[in-house]
Design a protein around this ligand. Structure first.
Ligand SMILES: Nc1ncnc2c1ncn2[C@@H]1O[C@H](COP(=O)(O)OP(=O)(O)OP(=O)(O)O)[C@@H](O)[C@H]1O
Ligand SMILES: [Mg+2]
Length: 214
C-alpha cells in the first residue's frame, strides 16, 4: 500500500479537490483506494455523499488515529490510501504527514499563497517526508510556454527548496461542475483538458513514488 497525504497550511488551495481526483484515478480493478477525511469541515465526505456508487471507500477520522487504521487497511488489500487534511491544525497535519509515503502540497500561484508554502515545507522537513508541490488554480496554458504566473511560481517554489510537479492543474469551471455532482472531471468530461491534466498529474505522482523506491 502507498499512502499519500495532501497537506497545506493555507486554506482553499485545492487539497480536497486533489484528494477526490487522485483517488478516483488511482482506483481500478485490483487497486482499491481508501480516502481519509481528517478535516473537521468534512468537505471530502460531503463530496463522497453525493457520489453514485461506493468507490473509492471513505473513512472519517482524526489524524492521530491514522497510524492505527492504516496497517489494517493494508492488511485488507488497499492499494492506495489518500488522506485529506485541514488547513490550520498543525498537530493534525503533522500526524497525517508522518504516516505518508508522499506528501502532496497544492498551492495557488499568487505571492501570498507561495509565501504560505514555507510553513508547510518547514513542517514537512521537521517530520521528514518526501514532498511534491503542485501548482493548482493555474491560468490555462494558451501557447507553447507556461503562463508567466505559473513559471514564476515554479521558480519561487524551487528556490524555497520544494520539488515542483511538471504537471499543473488549471483553474477551470469543469472542476466545480464535476465536484457538485459528486464526480471528478475525469468522470464528468473525460476527454476535456482538465481530465488530461489530472491524468498527467497522477502519472507524475506515481513516477515520484517509484523514484523514491516505493
Ligand atoms: N483547478 C481548479 N479549478 C477551479 N476550481 C477549483 C480548482 N481547484 C479547486 N477549486 C475550487 O476552489 C475551492 C477550494 O478548493 P478545495 O476545497 O479543494 O481547497 P482546500 O485546500 O481543500 O480548502 P480547505 O483548506 O478549506 O480545506 C473549491 O470551491 C474548489 O471547487
Ligand atoms: Mg479541504
Amino acid at each position: 500500500m502507498r499512502t499519500i497525504t495532501i497537506a497545506a497550511r493555507k486554506g482553499g488551495v485545492g487539497k480536497t479537490t486533489l484528494a477526490t481526483h487522485l483517488s478516483v484515478i488511482a482506483a481500478g480493478p485490483g487497486k482499491p483506494v481508501l480516502l481519509f477525511d481528517t478535516d473537521p469541515q468534512r468537505s471530502l465526505k460531503w463530496w463522497w455523499d453525493l457520489r453514485q456508487g461506493d468507490t473509492p471507500a471513505m473513512v472519517e477520522c482524526e489524524a492521530r488515529e491514522l497510524a492505527k487504521i492504516l496497517p489494517a487497511a493494508e492488511a485488507e488489500g488497499v492499494a492506495y490510501s489518500i488522506i485529506d487534511t485541514p488547513p490550520h491544525a498543525e498537530n493534525s497535519i503533522a500526524d497525517a504527514m508522518r504516516v505518508a509515503d508522499l506528501v502532496i502540497v497544492p498551492t495557488r500561484p499568487g505571492p501570498f499563497d507561495l509565501a504560505a508554502v514555507a510553513a508547510t515545507l518547514d513542517l514537512s522537513r521537521r517530520v521528514g517526508t518526501v514532498l511534491l508541490a503542485i501548482i493548482n488554480h493555474a491560468s490555462p496554458r494558451t501557447g507553447a510556454s507556461e503562463p508567466a504566473i505559473v513559471a514564476e511560481a515554479r521558480e519561487t517554489l524551487t528556490r524555497m527548496g520544494a520539488t515542483v510537479a511538471r504537471s499543473v492543474v488549471s483553474q477551470r469551471v469543469a472542476m466545480s461542475h464535476a465536484v457538485i455532482g459528486g464526480q471528478t472531471v475525469n468522470e464528468f468530461e473525460p476527454n476535456g483538458r482538465a481530465a488530461e491534466e489530472m491524468l498527467a498529474l497522477w502519472h507524475e505522482v506515481q513516477e515520484t513514488m517509484k523514484g523514491q523506491g516505493l
